[in-house]
Design a protein around this ligand. Structure first.
Ligand code: SF4
Length: 325
């Protein structure tokens, strides 16, 4: 079984924010589903079998269900898997007492590092005063933390930190191209909700340009992949494609069970195109800005035309991304 490295657990896809760069298309209207105690146990057991030493925890927003987050950490502890850090947008950091209570609980469970999101995308949903307060409390409670990305703190401090800000307000402070500039600076993987940014950044080219037999080999890569609340592994950089965790880690992806993943892995977008075409897919005349945008269009077609397979998951991802591309 392959060993995941720098990998993470997605405790839930639902989030209080719907950021423009979100790889997983998380949003407040994704189903309010959180990792169960059983799934936490099952995933931790498989990861232990795969000799994983530690993982990070993200979402969605893991602090939307603090008891579920704690249950997940307890399961990881039982299997000897450490938590590198927990990611949060700090939406919940409004009250010092509540923050302290939660941090003490996390400390008790063995967690000592938190990643706090601050950037021109999160600020549309979370007032800056909350991540700032959370960082103060993390310091006070002796936690390690890092702000992703702290280079945005100074420019965003020019705005009213007690409220969220619209795209128009942000354009005034950060410049009219701030979305594409931030995406480029951030090194945003142009997938998930960032497919909409890719449309603004890159000229559309005909589908033929993106048809290649080169396999998408990152699909079964165990570096920086994620394991979600449904018991699926999600490859790094390819949201909306998944396989059951154990199948993924043993590279057991038969074509009848995983018709999309197996084709992309073996025959690239050319193999997926042949499959999608056989189900009635017709490429858009205006073309696509990237290979991944073309790949998404084929997968979205399969989901919406009643040809959804187990590897086109989670459903909420396609519902969210279809709204913006
Ligand atoms: S084309 Fe599809 S499978 Fe290949 S890297 Fe992009 S999203 Fe992943």
């Amino acid at each position: 079984m392959n060993t995941p490295a720098y990998s993470g657990i997605i405790s839930n896809y639902v989030c209080t924010a719907a950021c423009r760069h979100c790889m997983f298309g998380s949003a407040p209207d994704c189903g309010k589903e959180f990792i169960s105690a059983e799934m936490a146990e099952e995933t931790a057991a498989v990861l232990e079998k795969a000799r994983t030493r530690s993982v990070h925890i993200g979402g969605g927003e893991p602090f939307m269900n603090f008891p579920a987050l704690c249950t997940l950490i307890e399961a990881l502890n039982r299997h000897g898997i450490g938590v590198d850090y927990i990611e949060t947008n700090a939406f919940w950091a409004k009250d010092e007492e509540i923050i302290k209570e939660r941090l003490l609980k996390l400390r008790y469970l063995g967690v000592d590092t938190v990643m706090v999101s601050v950037d021109p995308f999160h600020i549309e949903f979370v007032p800056l005063e909350r991540p700032i307060l959370l960082c103060r409390m993390l310091e006070k409670c002796g936690f390690d933390y890092f702000i992703w990305k702290d280079c945005y703190l100074r420019p965003l401090m020019k705005l009213d930190t007690t409220k969220t800000h619209t795209r128009e307000e942000l354009m005034q402070v950060l410049g009219k191209n701030y979305i594409t500039d931030t995406a480029a600076e951030y090194g945003v993987g142009m997938n998930g909700r960032a497919l909409a940014i890719a449309k603004d950044l890159f000229p559309a080219k005909p589908a033929e340009k993106w048809i290649t037999r080169d396999p998408c080999s990152s699909l079964l890569d165990t570096c920086h992949c994620h394991f979600d609340l449904y018991g699926n592994a999600v490859p790094s950089g390819c949201p909306g494609i998944s396989a059951e965790t154990e199948d993924y880690l043993t590279e057991n992806v038969p074509q009848d069970k995983y018709p999309v993943l197996s084709r992309l892995y073996q025959g690239g977008t050319a193999a997926l195109y042949e499959y999608a075409k056989s189900k009635g897919f017709v490429p858009a005349a205006e073309g696509y800005p990237s290979k991944c945008a073309f790949c998404y269009a084929m997968r979205s077609y399969l989901v919406s035309s009643g040809n959804r397979s187990a590897d086109l998951s989670p459903v909420c991802f396609y519902e969210q991304i279809d709204k913006i591309v």
